[in-house]
Design a protein around this ligand. Structure first.
Ligand code: PMP
Length: 355
């Protein structure tokens, strides 16, 4: 039987998507060729990119004036592409530092120019989201991370500011409604709610580009990829194809409003148990808890060996927390059914019964 996969990423994808992807690796579109042995410029593959872009636009309600592109290099490459494309020569950027990835993004920006930490939650091991901070009005952009995969916190709202907001949504894209018009750019590595590792989706407001006065290497210039419709060089064909299948799955099941409800039900179930069960304690501030990556500790660490045996026996995988937090992290991306979260909650209840 398939495991209940709580991995933080790469992570669970819908089983029907994996089956269709496997079939396409053997024979794509009845071409008697594999998806991964045809030209990325063939009409069959161009149709895949076009459909993926259309699904992104439809599911997220992307307004006119924004481009959707698919890039290699992981979300981490965006950490340097963002300042390259948005920080003016002699300009500055403001960063909200809410975790390891947010910090990694800020470090890259420092290579380009003045980088202000608008606020940080490093003082409490990133267990909360700072609020009520100032964003300098003369910053070229404000960068934030919507969901902190490692620390299990999530921005429930975004600061209202005239400054262009750029957001790393790698670990909660497509999990809840967002207003794309509030952002100058959104980016996300695919390997949580979209598809396999290897492709990063970028949604960018066209009119903001080309204003920095910098010379940008061709491959690092968003305009290159917008102009070539993600075909400037060979794009990550397989990850894009699987992303298309996952977005089709999302649309067929009811889109963002459907999945937002499912994700809330999963979060209510597990956080309810964490708060009820005296053997567990959450690590994130309650109002900032992530609906994607609940993080928690045992109140009696000596029970770890027993608990670990129990969840493994229940067919659960990927539960250990990141080394910087310890304990457990139950990542519950879009494809995870409520029934798998119930299996985990039942194990937590069983531990209380026998302890
Ligand atoms: N941002 C966030 C929020 C992440 O969770 C991750 C990876 N888990 C990254 C960035 C880095 O992504 P990549 O490994 O694709 O570079």
């Amino acid at each position: 039987m398939k495991k209940h996969n709580f991995s933080a990423g790469p992570c669970i994808l819908p089983q029907s998507v994996l089956q269709q992807a496997a079939a396409a690796v053997l024979n794509f579109d009845n071409l008697d060729l594999s998806l991964i042995e045809i030209s990325h410029r063939s009409k069959n593959f161009i149709a895949v990119v076009d459909e993926t872009v259309a699904l992104v636009k439809e599911l997220l309600g992307v307004p006119e004036g924004y481009s959707v592109i698919f890039l290699g290099g992981g979300a981490s490459l965006e950490f340097c592409m963002v300042p390259y494309n948005f920080m003016r020569q002699g300009g500055k950027a403001a960063y909200l530092e809410t975790g390891t990835w947010a910090k990694n993004a800020r470090i890259e920006s420092e290579l380009f120019g003045e980088t202000i930490v608008a606020a940080s939650s490093a003082d409490k091991n990133f267990s909360y989201i700072p609020k009520g901070f100032d964003i300098p009005a003369d910053a070229d952009y404000f960068h934030c991370t919507s969901n902190n995969t490692i620390f299990g916190t999530q921005m429930k709202s975004f600061p209202k500011t005239e400054v262009t907001t750029i957001c790393d949504m790698s670990s909660d894209i497509f999990s809840r409604a967002i207003n794309v018009a509030d952002f100058g750019m959104i980016y996300a590595g695919a390997q949580k709610n979209m598809g396999p590792a290897g492709v990063t989706m970028v949604i960018v407001k066209d009119e903001l580009l080309g204003k920095t006065g910098r010379s940008i290497p061709t491959m690092l210039d968003y305009r290159t990829h917008i102009k070539a419709e993600s075909m400037f060089n060979t794009p990550p064909v397989f990850p894009i194809y699987v992303s298309m299948l996952t977005l089709r799955w999302l649309k067929e099941n009811g889109g963002i409003s459907w999945i937002e409800g499912v994700n809330q039900a999963k979060a209510d179930l597990i956080y309810g148990e964490i708060d009820r069960n005296p053997l567990f304690v959450g690590t994130a501030a309650k109002e900032d808890r992530s609906n994607m990556n609940p993080t928690f500790l045992l109140t009696k660490p000596e029970l770890a060996e027993t608990f670990d045996k129990m969840w493994k026996a229940a067919g659960i995988s990927g539960l250990p927390g990141h080394r910087s937090v310890g304990g457990y992290r139950a990542s519950m991306y879009n494809a995870m059914p409520l029934s798998s979260v119930q299996v985990l909650v039942d194990v937590m209840k069983d531990l209380e019964r026998i302890a």
